[in-house]
Design a protein around this ligand. Structure first.
Ligand code: GLU
Length: 898
């Protein structure tokens, strides 16, 4: 019996046993609750994100249990609180609606359940743990800022009575030496139409306005102020809402109105960026967050920090929250609740929060610090830090201060340190000179000229410094920058100009000018090469088969002619027409003549032989027609074959490259944005290419130049490069070519420090240079003039080209061999003739040969005597034999002696 009882207790879920709970991994965890009235659910998402972040530091993880209620619906919120209590939450973070929070606080207080919340509260009484600054704190900051402004009068514009507490504290701080304060109320209940109040402000003689109210209310008031015409250089606004950084301020940037505000955290902080990433993932890429300058509101930041406070507490004390029943009849309270709260009071958290240092005095958060921010044309700039207990002074960044002091001529006589990458043609390279150059004069290039043009316009001075090949990246996780970026971020350089691509990731650490050149990633590869002409390329127009059948046809037709000639009576002729009754007839179609006839026709030459019979004429006509077609086809095809380019290029697109078609390897600049494009791309094909480049690190190069050299070496290597640089190289290296279209579209910009005060001036000057055609002229100079023109038009043009000796060497060879063969034959028959003659005249062969040779080489004589007195043959026994008969017979038959 006892055994079973123990088993049941052990197997009973933790929640039911009343302490702790199991998380989804089956581990012990501490449940914490959230009751949010944010309809966008971003508070809930922030809560979940914060839990996942803090859990990495905790031995017993936290587990979130959240509920969303309508704003101000206390009944629903209370119901949800009861549910959370029953689930055994150990602490609760409350909603923003002030009355709902007060209601929940008293319910939690009754059960000794720690309750944390974050909204503007008028009193500093012990009403739960409030992470939001109190009205008194805000009044204090506003007071210090107004003191710095030295205002003697201003308008205090508030949204509703709860914000009047700020005014109370402000007046209390001034005491009797208060400036003149005009108080005006703008009310959301006026259907959001604040124009009447704003018109009153316009008519009044005051132009300095302190605005306090809700985020939506203040944002709307500023918008309507612009419509009413009081958003200009005559007006100064001091905004007491802590969400100013989330407002859409774009349209006020250039209004020249002075807008100053406060914020509790830097939107560029690591924790904030991570939160933004999580929220963006949650909403999906289709609708990324856009709440203005920064999407993280103070409410979200404080939700995150509340989780951190709870985590720090549970990490340091044993805490096993129980399930509670919120009905009044159950007087069970959270056993460790008061220990938890007491522990929280002793905490001091310095880092890993969004809103900075957190500690409590009683239940009141203390130790605030605020960033004082001002709207400049470049956006919101931090101009000072307000810290509790310390004197406040504006501490504007020197650039902003200078800009304010000397608005018009701020760039004149300033000297900027400009980073370039040398050598990196055509952007910057060393001037080739026999004299040793120093300073700026040692550099030349597009980037150098562009800075000179800008300096001429804006009046600044500059010194160039080689920043190396690494342009740099910004690592969001570690908050680290590298390369040129690092130099700028750490203030060792002011500008960087090279083929520096504007990327969103770099934009987080530095600013860029507007793009001065547009480009995209493409492929650099060797041009298709002409195939080496073959010796017998004149055979190419016909396939081997056609040549074979042509030979067979030639022999067949010759044979047919021979047979048909013999069969046709008309082909049998009288050899001696003078003899009317010849004893024998002769046929012209001997086998030799038949072949000669077909040969003549095949080579389009004809012969003396003329067929007479119908059959021979028919076959001749067919053969002529056949040869006509064959020869025309051959001629037409020959030209095409002899001029054809046999391209050796095996890749035509990025797809071919990704497949390593024809074993072509590829790479990119190791530290460049091209490589980064593949690293961050989510396209399957680019991911595949990225995996290839990651595995084959030796394919990556340190500079573009190295990549170009690798391609030029012709070792089946393609280089992924930006189109502008490709264009520069292909004009100079004639065997290189750009393959395919650009993979993306982007631009080069001049890098400068974040919120650099001269950015607008630079952009305006760049625009002017663009409009005046200076950028185009510089591009033309460095791309198409200096060092270009190496590749002639012919090589660019892929049209037909003339035939060269290599194309026709085969046919020359045939001619030479044919000529030599005819010489050999002729020599052979000449020897035979001499031999017969020697035999006939009965003289020694050598004598006859010498005699004949003399006749042959007497080139002046075109006749030969039958027999001269000096002739060797005159001694012969048969001198009457005609030399002529010997000559004619020599090739056919042996002369007969008489
Ligand atoms: N333009 C690149 C960058 O800004 C360098 C060259 C490249 O990666 O192709 O990093």
């Amino acid at each position: 019996m006892h055994f079973w009882l123990i088993c049941i207790i052990l197997l009973w879920p933790n929640e039911v046993r009343g302490y702790g709970s199991m998380n989804s991994y089956g581990e012990q965890s501490i449940r914490i609750g959230l009751i949010s009235d944010d309809p966008t659910e971003r508070i809930q998402q922030t809560f979940e994100h914060a839990i996942s972040v803090v859990n990495s530091d905790l031995s017993i993880p936290l587990q979130g249990d959240s509920a969303n209620v309508d704003y101000g619906n206390s009944v629903h919120a209370f119901g949800e609180l009861c549910r959370l209590m029953q689930n055994g939450v150990g602490a609760v973070f409350g909603p923003s609606a002030r009355h709902t929070a007060a209601h929940l606080f008293s319910a939690c207080d009754a059960k000794d359940l720690p309750f944390i919340y974050a909204h503007l509260s008028s009193s500093q009484q012990t009403d739960g743990f409030n992470l939001h600054p109190h009205a008194e704190d805000i009044a204090h900051v506003l007071y210090d800022i107004i003191q710095q402004f030295e205002w003697s009068r201003f308008i205090f514009c508030y949204e509703s009575s709860e914000y009047l507490t700020i005014l109370d504290h402000l007046v209390a701080l001034y005491g009797i030496k208060s400036p003149l304060i005009k108080v005006m109320r703008y009310d959301l209940n006026l259907n959001g139409n604040y124009k009447a109040v704003l018109r009153r402000i316009r008519k009044s003689e005051d132009s300095r306005i302190v605005v306090v109210g809700s985020t939506e209310g203040v944002a709307e008031l500023l918008r309507q102020a612009q419509q009413v015409g009081i958003m200009n250089e005559d007006y100064t606004y001091l905004v007491g809402n802590l969400d100013l950084h989330t407002f859409q301020l774009e349209e006020y940037k250039y209004s020249e109105a002075n807008i100053t505000g406060i914020r509790m955290f830097d939107p560029d902080k690591k924790e904030v960026r991570e939160l933004i990433e999580t929220l963006n993932r949650a909403v999906g890429e289709s609708e990324p967050l856009d709440l203005g300058s920064s999407p993280i509101t103070l409410a979200m930041a404080l939700t995150y920090d509340a989780v951190r406070v709870i985590a720090e507490t549970t990490n340091n004390m044993p805490y096993q929250p129980q399930q509670l029943n919120c009905s009044e009849r159950h007087d069970v309270v959270q056993q460790d609740g008061s220990t938890f709260r007491n522990y929280m009071r002793t905490l001091e958290i310095l880092d890993k929060t969004i809103t900075g240092r957190i500690f409590f005095q009683g239940n009141v958060r203390k130790g605030f610090s605020f960033d004082v921010i001002e709207l400049q044309p470049t956006g919101l700039i931090k101009v000072g830090t307000w810290e509790e207990g310390q004197d406040f002074e504006f501490n504007r960044p020197p650039q902003v201060q200078e800009l304010l002091d000397n608005e018009e001529n701020s760039l004149v006589n300033k000297t900027f340190k400009v980073l370039i990458s040398v050598p990196n043609k055509p952007y910057a390279s060393l001037v080739e000179s026999i004299n040793s150059l120093i300073g700026n004069s040692q550099y030349e290039g597009y980037g150098i000229d562009l800075i000179k043009e800008l300096a001429d316009k804006l009046g600044f001075n500059f010194t160039f410094h080689n920043g190396g090949n690494d342009y740099g990246f910004f690592n969001k996780t570690t908050n680290q920058t590298t390369g040129m970026l690092k130099e700028i971020v750490e203030g060792r350089a002011d500008l960087a100009i090279t083929d520096l691509t504007i990327t969103s990731e770099r934009e987080e650490a530095i600013d860029f000018s507007i793009p001065f050149m547009n480009l995209g990633i493409a492929i650099l590869y060797v041009k298709p090469q002409k195939a080496e002409p073959a010796l017998f390329s004149f055979m190419d127009p016909f396939s081997k088969e056609v040549w074979l059948y042509l030979g067979i046809a030639y022999l067949g037709v010759s044979l047919c002619l021979f047979v048909l000639g013999r069969l046709s009576p008309s082909e049998w002729d009288n050899p001696y027409p003078c003899i009317e009754e010849p004893e024998e007839l002769e046929n012209q179609f001997t086998i030799n003549n038949s072949m000669w006839f077909t040969t003549g026709a095949l080579l389009q030459q004809g012969s003396e032989i003329a067929p007479k019979a119908l059959s021979t004429r028919t076959i001749s006509s067919i053969w002529w027609f056949f040869t006509l077609i064959m020869v025309s086809s051959y001629t037409a095809n020959l030209a095409a074959f002899l001029t054809i380019e046999n391209p050796s290029s095996s890749i035509d697109s990025v797809e071919d490259l990704a497949e390593n078609k024809d074993d072509v390897q590829y790479g990119a600049k190791r530290t460049g944005s091209t490589r980064n494009f593949f690293l961050t791309s989510e396209e399957p094909i680019y991911m595949k290419m990225n995996a290839y480049m990651t595995q084959n690190k030796d394919m990556l190069t340190e500079t573009n130049l190295e990549g170009v050299d690798k391609v030029k070496a012709g070792t089946k290597y393609a280089f992924l490069m930006e189109s502008t640089s490709i264009e520069f190289n292909t004009v100079r290296e004639c065997n290189l070519k750009k393959i395919g279209d650009a993979l993306d579209e982007k631009g080069y910009g001049i890098a400068m420090p974040k919120n650099w005060p001269y950015r607008d001036k630079f952009n305006r000057a760049l625009l002017e240079l663009q409009e005046q055609g200076v950028l185009a002229r510089l591009k033309n100079k460095w791309w198409n003039e200096i060092g270009a023109g190496v590749c002639d038009a012919k090589s660019e043009d892929d049209g037909p080209s003339e035939l060269e000796m290599q194309n026709l060497s085969g046919i020359y060879l045939v001619l030479i061999v044919g000529s030599i063969l005819s010489f050999v034959l002729s020599f052979f028959y000449w020897c035979l003739f001499v031999f017969k003659r020697a035999k006939f005249y009965d003289v020694p062969f050598c004598d006859a040969l010498a005699e004949e040779f003399k006749i042959v080489i007497s080139f002046a004589e075109n006749e030969r005597a039958l027999k001269s007195a000096q002739s060797v043959y005159s001694r012969s026994r048969n001198s009457s034999q005609s030399i002529e008969s010997l000559k004619t017979d020599s090739e056919d038959q042996v002369p007969e002696e008489e």
